[in-house]
Design a protein around this ligand. Structure first.
Ligand code: CP
Length: 297
């Protein structure tokens, strides 16, 4: 693996190696892992984010810092983008000045198709509504940690499927690991998909994992808006629905969460929510990817 752009490019074995490496780093601890892998300090990582992010960008930076990989900081604001430099030329500039690892997020799906002759390794931090491979991997890792055996688990993905890169990345990944995936979305957010169900109240107690997606306000036009209360009542995790969940069920959300929309405000500290666990796991997953790529260079 030199680049991580989408999960279809990885075999189940390669994905399992990432989960196992994340688990190993978590088990031995950052200091021990860093001490045993001094080669990591020979490399640098830059995050080129052309779309806002808190979790993905800063957990990559945190992972790099904990591994001893050098961080070269970039802020789109204050860069030559203000002088109309293109994103492609910005990426090429970092490649030309000696970047080893570039984590990129852009609004354009498959943005990497515009990047040619790049020597640096490229890790996709999200491309429009296309893919978000590290989010999917940290979701899978969270499920794996919880249940150990993923085969046969029933997963429900709820919400704004149409605009979600997390949903796109997750369907196939979860099924490749033997899970049965269903999707429930308002008609305007549905995509052609054989996994669709029209409502989930009658089956909610059957699911092991419920993944609520963020209501993607910034990607909606007028025809896509649903009043917040209506969205919550019909598709959100209400306190009533929460009470019907299987005792062993867990609730995931990629975050940021619109509390009161996708998940009730009253459930912010509910026991089945794994939202901050997912964020912590994201640091281990990103560290695993960084170390696996760098050890092959
Ligand atoms: N889940 C996620 O991608 O969050 P950020 O947009 O904050 O990176």
């Amino acid at each position: 693996m030199k680049n991580l752009l989408k999960l279809d490019d990885l075999s189940v074995g390669e994905i399992m190696a990432i989960l196992k490496r994340a688990e190993y780093i978590q088990t031995v601890g950052w200091k021990n892992f860093k001490a045993a892998n001094p080669y990591l300090s020979n490399y640098n990582l830059t995050t080129l984010f052309f779309e806002p992010s808190t979790r993905t960008q800063y957990s990559f930076l945190m992972a790099a810092q904990k591994l001893g990989v050098k961080i070269i900081s970039f802020q789109a604001e204050g860069s030559s983008l203000a002088k109309k430099e293109t994103i492609s030329d910005t990426v090429k500039t970092f490649d030309a000045i000696g970047a080893d690892l570039l984590v990129i997020r852009d609004t354009k799906e498959n943005y990497w198709e515009d990047l040619t002759d790049i020597n640096a390794c490229v890790l996709n931090g999200g491309d429009g509504a296309g893919h978000h491979p590290t989010q999917s991997l940290l979701d899978l890792y969270t499920i794996y940690q919880e249940f150990k055996e993923t085969k046969g688990l029933k997963v429900l993905i709820v919400g704004d499927i149409k605009h979600s890169r997390v949903a796109q990345s997750n369907f196939n990944l979860f099924e490749r690991f033997g899970m049965e995936v269903k999707i429930c979305a308002p008609a305007i957010f549905r995509t052609e998909n054989e996994r669709n169900i029209s409502e989930y109240d009658s089956t909610i107690s059957e699911y092991d994992v419920l993944l609520f997606l963020r209501y993607q306000y910034e990607r909606h036009d007028q025809s896509h808006s649903i009043e917040n209360k209506e969205f919550h009542k019909k598709w959100g995790l209400t306190t009533g629905r929460y009470e019907k969940l299987k005792p062993s069920a867990i609730v995931l959300h990629p975050a940021p969460v619109n509390w009161g929309s996708e998940i009730s405000d009253q459930l912010q500290t509910a026991e089945k929510l794994r939202i901050f666990k997912q964020i912590t796991n994201g640091v281990y997953i990103r560290a695993a990817i960084i170390s696996l790529i760098l050890e092959q260079l």
